[in-house]
Design a binder for this molecule. Structure first.
Ligand code: PMV
Length: 325
């Protein structure tokens, strides 16, 4: 393999699932129980530079200039790249999360997508987007989808070789925005990894979730195809609430909502009752993402302005897939 002498830099945007991934059938390989579908966002991204250097005695990993070289998750991921490329050299990794505020949205999706792209190329591998997505999956499941721009789907598969993301539509035809309402910047108490495992093992509703999510996925894909914003928003909101029902029905139960999340959800419902077509989705934390069309952004932000600061409401359009820079 030909190792690059220079740093290789890649940029990946984060993505927000409209149809969620929540539970694995293989924890080591990160093979999910159901397909998921997401929108890649232009406002939030990670830029990562990697160089493999045989003069280094161990991996050196900096995230936003902080030394995180003791992160097993990253060292294990670099080991996967080394094995694929058949090299031994240690890596020098420099990664920066670009978010408009220090948002607490810094996601593992953009992080592992950027590391998969930059790391594989720096190790001398020339991966297709599909192969890159499979590699990104080994770091974090949602990273499979951040290799692609616009709408993308993670095909669940059964093995390391047939579980990967693919593009559904890029560029996006629909007028769709996400307003991320930043409610809490602290790291979540229960990681998605632990939360989904507990849901799979203890929620009596888990089988119903996988069944319903297959139906939701079909609806979402139809809505994208027919450019139907309302249908997509409706199914995304329902699917998100179904995922959160798994956390509340797990043992011990847990939830990602805080009081402000409920307030934002009620505001979205209220706006809808008043004719503004908007929907919400939430992941493994209290921040709420509002799905809306461009003409409604102002009115939605105004409605929330008495409770939240301008810099807590970050508007994002669809974003691009992986780029080398
Ligand atoms: O890929 P992870 O381990 O960060 O899990 C992502 C889980 C959700 O964000 C809640 C859903 C999803 O599909 O992105």
């Amino acid at each position: 393999m030909h190792l690059s002498n220079d740093f290789i830099t890649a940029r990946a945007h984060t993505n927000i699932a409209l149809i969620k991934y929540w539970g694995k059938k293989n924890d080591d390989l990160i093979i999910p129980n159901n397909n998921s579908l997401s929108l890649t966002l232009n406002e939030f991204y990670t830029e990562t530079s990697v160089k493999f250097d045989s003069s280094l005695s161990k991996d050196l990993v900096l995230l936003d200039d902080h030394d995180i070289s003791d992160s097993n998750q990253i060292i294990n991921f670099l080991d996967i790249i080394r094995t694929k490329a058949n090299i031994n050299a240690s890596a020098y990794v420099k990664s920066y999360n670009h978010v408009p505020t220090s948002a607490g949205l810094a996601s593992s999706a953009s992080g592992f997508a950027a590391l998969a792209a930059a790391g594989s190329k720096a190790a001398g591998l020339q991966l297709s987007l599909t192969e890159m997505s499979k590699l990104a999956r080994r770091g974090s499941g949602s990273a499979t989808r951040s290799i692609f721009g616009g709408f993308s789907e993670w095909i669940k598969g059964n093995t390391d070789n047939d579980s990967y993301g693919k593009s559904i539509q890029d560029p996006v035809a629909m007028d769709i925005n996400m307003i991320a309402i930043i409610l809490d910047k602290k790291p979540k108490k229960i990681s998605s990894r632990i939360g989904m495992k507990r849901s799979v093992e203890t929620s009596p509703y888990y089988n119903a979730w996988t069944k319903q999510t297959e139906i939701d996925l079909i609806k979402a894909k139809e809505a994208i195809k027919s450019n139907n914003f309302k249908a997509l928003g409706q199914v995304a909101e329902s699917n998100s609430m179904r995922m959160h029902a798994l956390t509340m029905s797990a043992y011990p139960s847990f939830m990602y909502f805080n009081q402000d999340s409920i307030e934002v959800i009620n505001t979205v419902k209220n706006l809808r009752e008043n004719g503004i077509d908007c929907y919400f989705t939430m992941d493994a934390g209290p921040n709420v993402k509002i799905i809306c069309q461009s003409a409604d952004i102002k009115i939605i932000k105004n409605k929330l302005a008495n409770k939240f600061d301008e810099n807590q409401m970050v508007v994002s359009k669809p974003g691009r897939g992986i780029e080398f820079i």
